[in-house]
Design a protein around this ligand. Structure first.
Ligand SMILES: C[S@@+](CC[C@H](N)C(=O)[O-])C[C@H]1O[C@@H](n2cnc3c(N)ncnc32)[C@H](O)[C@@H]1O
Length: 243
């Protein structure tokens, strides 16, 4: 990633330095989503997490891989609890933030390039809607098969997403309709992050319903063990290996 493309990292770095920052997410239909909530959440402490996140983190065991770790809130919490944690993120500055905050094992790595030895992890976490990093139905299945190899026999994936159908926003509903016409999943959103003059690359982020998630997992060696609901459209899946 070129430095001028690291909009996510710049946003996190600015927040780390105590500046008031916005998160700006641009979708490829021109829809702009902004929040001040976003960047702050990446630095939130366990006490401030939603009950469904706290419950999900309770499933974590053994050696942990945190994919798209951001500013490292989950990795740092787990490291403090004594877990052996590796945080990866494709944003060099986000990894810088993690290291500055004390995360011992933080690597610049994209989800697509995950290349660890067999049986390296007991839990993979994909928090902050990061099931989305699977990008598409096809890519999700390819990566899930790869995750199967790098994890132990009784490994878990703890993954957060958002049910795209739980909305009445007409712009989202229209986007979902066009997605379907193009043969994409309804909740496959093509987005990029902007911060000041930094513009991230376009990438696909996948939001799925519970049934869609189950369909993606079929034949990958993984299945949903439990869903943990929030009070909103977000939910977390506890995914285990098919025995
Ligand atoms: C919504 S934030 C979530 C951060 C963190 N998991 C949390 O809950 O606080 C998404 C993170 O995923 C990272 N990311 C985006 N694309 C990625 C990719 N292809 N591989 C790894 N990380 C990626 C971003 O840089 C960002 O830090």
């Amino acid at each position: 990633m070129k430095p001028k493309e690291d909009a996510y990292g710049q946003e996190m770095w600015a927040c780390y330095k105590g500046r008031e920052v916005f998160e700006i997410v641009e979708r490829d239909d021109g829809y702009i989503d902004t929040s001040t909530h976003g960047p702050k959440i990446y630095f939130s402490e366990y006490e401030d997490w939603y009950p469904f996140e706290k419950r999900a983190v309770g499933f974590v065991k053994g050696r942990v891989l945190d994919i798209g770790c951001g500013a490292g809130r989950h990795s740092l919490y787990l490291q403090k609890k004594g877990f052996d944690v590796v945080g990866i993120d494709n944003s060099p500055l986000a990894i810088n933030v993690c290291k500055s905050r004390g995360l011992r094992n933080a690597k610049i790595m994209s989800i697509e390039d995950i290349d660890f030895k067999q049986n390296s992890f007991d839990t993979i976490i994909m928090m902050g809607n990061n099931f989305g990093l699977f990008g598409s139905f096809k890519k999700a299945r390819r990566l899930l098969k790869k995750f199967h190899k790098v994890t132990s026999e009784s490994a878990l994936i703890v993954a957060e997403t958002l049910d795209p159908y739980k909305t009445d926003n007409p712009f989202h509903l229209e986007y979902q309709r066009i997605n379907k016409e193009r043969g994409r999943m309804s909740g496959q959103v093509r987005i990029r992050i902007r911060f000041q003059k930094y513009v991230g690359r376009w990438f696909d982020y996948l939001l799925v319903s519970k049934d869609e998630m189950k369909e993606i997992l079929k034949g990958t060696g993984w299945k949903v063990k439990e869903f943990i609901d929030s009070e909103d459209a977000q939910y977390i899946a506890i995914i285990g290996k098919v025995i």
